[in-house]
Design a protein around this ligand. Structure first.
Ligand SMILES: [Zn+2]
Ligand SMILES: [Zn+2]
Length: 153
């Protein structure tokens, strides 16, 4: 139940996601969507490694699965905010076969609603929202500069 469902036709708006506790920015490519196995539960997700986040090594695997309250075989690691140290979400290291066969959005970085401040991302004109189906060019660029944390556009 850790994977995120694909929203209606990627028509959802793109979000800036910041830490609610210290306002550190995590990503400018955020999406709000439901969990695959729990459609009543919303979380934020992104497809590119977020800024200012650290993966937290689980003390033991049993512990990690308890924290994430998992009911499927996805392997996930918790993600902490580098600004304030709060556990803000998780990274899906290996999606399980159950989740993979369903309609996930393919995003592996997930944030809990409680820890996130969302801001709608706007076009250069400062008025119109940007939607996910308008981000194709940016994905290609990001994939070419995976090793770089700073991508200027
Ligand atoms: Zn799974
Ligand atoms: Zn923080």
């Amino acid at each position: 139940m850790v994977c995120i469902m694909i929203p209606e036709r990627f028509s959802t708006r793109v979000l800036h996601l910041n830490c609610r506790h210290c306002q550190t920015i995590f990503t400018e490519r955020g999406m709000k969507a439901k969990l695959v196995a729990q459609p009543g539960t919303f979380r934020y997700s992104t497809d590119v490694r977020p800024y200012n986040c650290a993966l937290i090594e689980p003390a033991c695997s049993e512990n990690a699965s308890n924290i994430l309250n998992k009911t499927c075989a996805c392997f996930a690691q918790e993600v902490g905010c580098l600004g304030c140290g709060t556990i803000v979400g998780y990274f899906i290291v290996h999606p399980c076969s159950t989740c993979n066969t369903r309609s996930t959005n393919g995003h592996l970085w997930v944030f809990y609603l409680d820890n996130i401040e969302e801001i709608f991302r706007l076009k250069a004109n400062g008025r119109d929202y940007i939607h996910w189906d308008q981000l194709d060019d940016e994905v290609n660029c990001k994939n070419q500069c995976l090793d770089s944390d700073m991508v200027i556009r």
